[in-house]
Design a protein around this ligand. Structure first.
Ligand code: C5P
Length: 220
């Protein structure tokens, strides 16, 4: 079996990680959530009260980012500390675009992502996977959905976790993050020329997974 690389890019809350995790399980691939890595860098900036990329990088070098499978799914660690939940708080979410726009942070994390993906057999989700991190990935998906639908999905998810959320606020936060991620100078969110565009508005998770797996199986 060929060890392929699959890149899944797209705007915030378009369902990338949900579908990538299922495809990883079904096709026995490693799953790498690159957004989690930028979220960890943001957490470090907040806790160390710094905007200096080198301070953030030094901290992560001393306390590396790692992933492990826990009872509730993939868990994220910063050194020994389990940061799975704290990197999903609103504070981190609303600050992440600023940290992820720093060129030094990007080159540091991209090098790490490329190292992990080197052997293939991987599906990665993010914003610049098809354009920058894995330009030679065998399959590239650009997953989009309307702002309304993305906000509603996130709203339902938050409610089910008991997190109080305002739908209109969520819509404007998602739109603001999309704008920042797609207009930044370094590696903006952009569809790679050879990526397949998939609009998941009105589609089920199973539909999106089937779409990706059908294409992936032709390449394996
Ligand atoms: O995917 P997720 O929403 O967790 O990503 C959080 C943030 O990390 C994005 O809004 C973006 O600013 C940044 N990111 C990035 N490049 C990636 C993945 C995420 O800039 N490959």
């Amino acid at each position: 079996m060929k060890k392929i690389q699959i890149a899944v890019d797209g705007p915030a809350s378009s369902g990338k990680s949900t579908v990538a995790k299922i495809v990883a399980r079904d096709l026995d691939l490693i799953y790498l959530d690159t957004g989690a890595m930028y979220r960890v860098a943001t957490l470090v900036a907040m806790q160390e009260q710094t905007q200096d990329p080198q301070v953030i990088i030094n901290f992560i070098e001393e306390n590396p980012i790692s992933f492990a499978n826990g009872p509730k799914g993939q868990e994220v660690f910063l050194g020994e500390r389990n940061v799975t939940d704290v990197i999903r708080t609103n504070e981190v979410t609303n600050a992440v675009s600023k940290i992820s726009a720093m060129p030094e942070i990007r080159s540091f994390l991209v090098a790490e992502q490329q190292r992990i993906a080197k052997e293939g057999g991987i599906i990665m989700d993010g914003r610049d996977i098809g354009t920058v991190v894995l330009p030679n990935a065998e399959l590239k998906i650009f997953l989009v959905a309307s702002v309304e639908e993305r906000a509603e999905r996130r709203y339902k998810e938050n409610r089910s976790k008991g997190i109080p959320t305002d739908l209109e606020r969520l819509k404007s936060e998602i739109a603001a993050r999309d704008h920042k991620d797609s207009t930044r100078k370094v590696s903006p969110l952009k569809q790679a020329e050879d990526a397949v565009l998939l609009d998941s508005t009105g589609k089920s998770i199973a539909d999106v997974v089937a779409f990706i797996e059908t294409r992936a199986k032709r390449l394996i």
